[in-house]
Write a new protein. Structure first.
Length: 333
């Protein structure tokens, strides 16, 4: 496919890793262009489209995007995965995806609308000659696979899935995959789900988040002079609160079934303060996030609850006497 001069945005570098993993699993040759994007934070959507087309030409299998999505891991989606895993319901996860979807693909708006008893999530208009069916089906399937496999929504019931391209010969594959009616030649690519689905709770969401983000959490607890179950619950509450920008002491104390004064007294007995505990968790998470090369400093600052990247950089230098860039370079020296 010739490279279009019309810019259609950029995609998250983790998608390049996903396609690399898929190509290896299928025994496909790794092209020089796919190799080059492995170290990029972002790359042009047009290149993503062309890389998908290359794989499609090699394999020539129906519904390629659905097959690629089977290989998705949280690291391939970056910050959206981290944030989504801190949500409590399907509705919250979908709205957070809407808030941050441009971090995965910034070429078109993600539009959310309510139609009678249904919620529609659709991708904004892109000229049809600048996008392929594989691009759209990969985007939709990635979102669905993530919800099913990492947020444990194994019983999501969609109402309809729409694609803008003409129907292929094998529509049944799509209907079996999405378990609903799939329509083609539609005005926009979108998924439509009953509104009542949005209240579905995320099963074991906290445990999944803990597995991803708290690998070193016990090491921090061991440093505390009087580590207790309350300390562990406090740390976990702060961790989740940071993801939702609800880490002030009032909601955290309420979550622990304590008054603010009781929590402050507990921390005072340990010779620390709530603000110090926040900074300890931020420091721990910052180092974990910096080990993920696909997360840039702005995204890490956001995950840690900082409104400005510069504030995060100053805090990190106070913790380690190094800038985040220097610390990251040291890890991979």
């Amino acid at each position: 496919m010739p490279h279009s001069k019309e810019y259609t945005g950029s995609v998250y570098g983790g998608l390049g890793h996903l396609l690399y993993a898929y190509s290896q699993a299928k025994g496909l040759p790794i092209s020089e262009r796919l190799e080059k994007v492995q170290n990029l934070e972002r790359f042009d959507f047009s290149l993503w489209r062309e890389l998908l087309t290359e794989v499609d030409q090699h394999l020539q299998i129906p519904a390629l995007g659905l097959d690629i999505a089977e290989y998705v891991q949280p690291k391939h989606l970056g910050i959206i995965a981290y944030i989504a895993l801190s949500c409590n319901t399907l509705g919250e996860a979908l709205y957070r995806y809407h808030d941050f979807h441009r971090l995965v693909y910034d070429g078109s708006a993600l539009e959310v609308s309510i139609q009678d008893e249904y919620l529609a999530i659709g991708w904004g208009y892109i000229p049809i000659h600048l996008i392929t069916q594989v691009c759209h089906e990969t985007a939709i399937a990635l979102m669905l696979q993530f919800l099913k496999h990492f947020m444990e929504f194994d019983d999501i019931h969609l109402h309809e899935v729409h694609f803008v391209h003409p129907a292929p010969k094998n529509v049944a594959i799509y209907e079996q995959y999405f378990n609903c009616k799939v329509l083609f030649s539609q005005p926009k690519a979108q998924i439509i789900t009953p509104i009542h689905q949005l209240t579905k709770p995320i099963r074991q969401g906290d445990q999944t988040l803990q597995h991803l983000l708290m690998q070193q959490a016990h090491a921090l607890l061991d440093k505390l002079p009087n580590s207790t179950q309350l300390d562990h619950r406090l740390q976990q509450a702060i961790l989740i609160g940071l993801q939702k920008n609800q880490y002030q002491i009032e909601p955290i104390a309420k979550q622990l079934h304590m008054s603010v004064r009781q929590l402050q007294r507990h921390l005072q007995q340990q010779g620390t303060t709530y603000q110090q505990r926040i900074q300890e968790v931020r420091h721990l998470l910052a180092e974990q996030y910096l080990k993920d090369r696909h997360l840039n400093l702005q995204e890490i600052a956001l995950l840690l609850g900082y409104s400005e990247q510069s504030v995060f950089q100053r805090a990190f230098k106070q913790w380690t006497s190094m800038t985040p860039q220097q610390w990251r370079q040291q890890q991979y020296a």
